[in-house]
Ligand binder design. Sequence first.
Ligand code: TRP
Length: 358
Amino acid sequence: MTTMFDTPIGTSAAHARSMVLEERLRREPERFRVLTGDRPTGRLHLGHYFGTLHNRVRLQELGVEGFLIIADYQVLTDRDVADRLAEHVEGLILDYLAVGIDPARTTIFTHSAIPALNQLLLPFLSLVSVAELGRNPTVKDEIAHSRQAAVSGLMFTYPAHQAADILFCKGNLVPVGQDQLPHLELTRTIARRFNDRYATAADPVFPEPDALLSAAPLLLGTDGTKMSKSRGNAVALGATADETARLIRGAKTDADRHITYEPATRPEVASLVLLAALCLNREPDQVAADIGGAGAAALKRTVTEAVNEFLAPIRARRAEYAADRSYIRHVLREGNERANAVAETTLHEVRTAMKSLY
Ligand code: TRP
């Protein structure tokens, strides 16, 4: 399915670049290798779906080869998550398969199973300064929001590790949200510095990957704050229809009975309207106009129906896959095998370039 949000819009340089890339993607999908990933912190929700999952499936359907990393080494600092890692990893795979990620065309793998990927971190770390790692805005933000007494060394290395995630498979296109742009900038820096130091301009080891920004709409959680797995304000893809209805019934709205789509002044109502519009593949203004003076209760009914209908086939597929855990393990085993082969080839090239292959 395509939506009106598939074509990137906006004025920033990154958005302009994304428009050019979209054009090339349609013309020559075989020139691209996409790497994306998620942290295994819990179930994926509608924000993930409209923000990134549906874009990943779209790229896959265009014929672009995909690598999908489950970043299990990026959650070690979160104790609650680390204790239930296997469950979260399995849940992510279920969500991926349910939305249409095809493991034959997209390699699904985990950090911890790919030694050669992780080994890239060491030479990469030698190419960045502590100051560069320290001023990464995404890491700073995470440190500010982490409830930990001390910041671990691992937290500081996330951006360089993420460069290894992308470069081990020579990914040249990374669909990301705005918040991941600093990481991608560092990946480009590392690729450039590695090539300058150990390779020649004519025969570089690594590509400098591009970010692909989609004009993903910002969906708020049902409490009007950022949609998040941990805040209980998001509709999980795998939630039941009843859980969905309950969550939306409790959503925050405002005192104005007349429903309109005004994101700037009525963010909570606008976010509900947008959610219905995305599920129905309609314009938010039209959805709002149809409800008009019928009020927030009618809006919530519309949203609940739209979401449950939209998610029904996804949920049905998820339940089917969930009944066959051996298949899930098989998908991961195969993905890890493929990713290992790719990582070993790249590491061999890296060691050759560094003259450390004895
Ligand atoms: N940091 C990403 C997140 O928080 C997950 C991730 C890990 C990732 N490695 C990646 C994303 C490489 C893109 C590319 O969601």
